[in-house]
Design a protein around this ligand. Sequence first.
Ligand SMILES: [Zn+2]
Length: 196
Amino acid sequence: MNKMETLCLLCSQPLQSVISWKLLLTKQFQPTICERCSAKFEYSSTASAFYQYNDAMKDYLHQYKFLQDVALAKVFRQKLYARFKHEKATIIPIPMHPLKLRERTFSHMEELLKAAHIPFIQLLEKTTAETQSSKNREQRIQAAPLFRLMDGAHVEHKEYLLFDDIKTTGTTLQHATELLLKAGAKNVKSFTLING
Ligand SMILES: [Zn+2]
């Protein structure tokens, strides 16, 4: 066994990790955050999300999405791998608007899946750069479709799973689900990292 000292990605305290054959053989990823930071995240009671939104999660999202700390994509990789490794549905991460992607430099949902070695495809394109949280409820309900199919996208008659970071009103997932069903998907389910 080799001992390797790295730092917690959230609090920078030394993290002592052990590389063992077990880790390598069972596809266990090295932890990237310390147990103290990990304990600050609150588990969700629903089966369609891992966590409940709280202060620790707010800080995480701020650092990951707004400060563009792409290394933080690794924080949840073990849980995501365990959740999706036997997933039969085709996974589609909720996309960002191209302008936002240029501003943020990476697609935060795609990076989470890549860090967990989970295959996914993209069929959707965001039509608006506005965020849902900047609108009130009435505006959200009346809003034009949030997504369209990408040029040349082929929706098959099978099951898809939409993956998003946080579910608050559910509008985003609802729009994407309706679009895929109309385009011929057999079934569309969803999973979010956080329940808002
Ligand atoms: Zn820590």
